[in-house]
Design a binder for this molecule. Sequence first.
Ligand SMILES: C[S@@+](CC[C@H](N)C(=O)[O-])C[C@H]1O[C@@H](n2cnc3c(N)ncnc32)[C@H](O)[C@@H]1O
Length: 278
Amino acid sequence: MSDYRIADLQKELVAVLDGKIERVAREVQLLLMNAYACDELWLMMHKDDLALHGELLFEQAKRRAKNEPLEYIINKVSFYSQEFFIDYGALIPRPETELLIDEVLKRVTNKEEKLTFVEVGVGSGIISIVLAQHLPNSKFIAVDISEDALKIARENIRRFGLEERIELRLGSLLDPICEKIDFLVSNPPYIADNVKLESNLSYEPQNALFGGTVGDEIIQELLIEFLRRDINYFSCEMGYDQEDKIRNFLQDKSFETIDFYKDFSGFDRGFTIKANNE
Ligand SMILES: C[S@@+](CC[C@H](N)C(=O)[O-])C[C@H]1O[C@@H](n2cnc3c(N)ncnc32)[C@H](O)[C@@H]1O
């Protein structure tokens, strides 16, 4: 055992995951990089070093072999080219949510402006954090119904030093907000309650995924609030099959424009609605 090298450990970890997941070599590399707190280059240069952390890494590989998401195992997730803390209790951020951020940023012509943003369903905090980084004078109030999610968001906000810019509030939808809102943003749960999901999604908080019997109930409630309050813009992620239902819901309502956007696979994924109150 004394000449058990990192390269040997790597091979054995690959054997644990072989046939169980898709990107075996890459995920083993990510597990090793996490355990050794190193990058790809270090790993390549030190593959003949004596192996450490074997026990922990085998335990993690076995969890991964049971389809537990890698992000929860290593407590890290990459989003908008940055690394965030993640844990059970918050949804693992999805790449398509980067598009929601781009949609919001496109609408803010003067990035120095002092605006009040509200995010509903903050989860791990990624949306408010990235927006706060790009909009240095704006204030953010981020709501979630889950205390566990708020804990994770709080940790990320602390890591990025944004405690003064992003305020977290526990509650449902816009209930905890009495301030005037300029921009509402949300990636709400939008899957219908009866949809059977893949097994890896069972590790994620179910109230972050399921939005009601039809799925778009929370989106509709947010639209009602958007129209009722004096809010200028609302950008929202949605399910690939929800555009028609949202258009129907808005048929007799008064607003200026609604633009839908697609995700990387060409599916409808969200919209920005502009009020006619400007
Ligand atoms: C799809 S996740 C989005 C998390 C994060 N914003 C992201 O994009 O990765 C939805 C979030 O909405 C929260 N949520 C569900 N129902 C809510 C409600 N009625 N009011 C506020 N937040 C709610 C969930 O706890 C979850 O954190």
